[in-house]
Design a protein around this ligand. Structure first.
Ligand SMILES: [Zn+2]
Length: 58
C-alpha cells in the first residue's frame, strides 16, 4: 500500500513542468479572483510579471 502511494507521488512530481521568465525568475501559477470569476495566471516570482500562461514568458 505504502509503496504504491509513493510511486504515484513521484510520478506527479516528474510531470510538473517548470517555466522560467526572461529575467531568470521561476514562473509560479497563481489563482486570482476577478469579477467573481476564478482565473489562473502565471507570475514570475522575481520581477512579478504576469501572463495568462507560463509559455507566454518565452
Ligand atoms: Zn521575471
Amino acid at each position: 500500500m505504502a509503496q504504491s502511494a509513493q510511486s504515484k507521488n513521484s510520478r506527479t512530481a516528474s510531470t510538473t513542468q517548470r517555466f522560467y521568465c526572461s529575467c531568470g525568475g521561476e514562473i509560479k501559477m497563481k489563482t486570482m479572483f476577478e469579477n467573481d470569476k476564478v482565473r489562473n495566471v502565471a507570475e514570475c516570482e522575481k520581477c512579478k510579471r504576469t501572463e495568462r500562461r507560463p509559455s507566454d514568458f518565452a
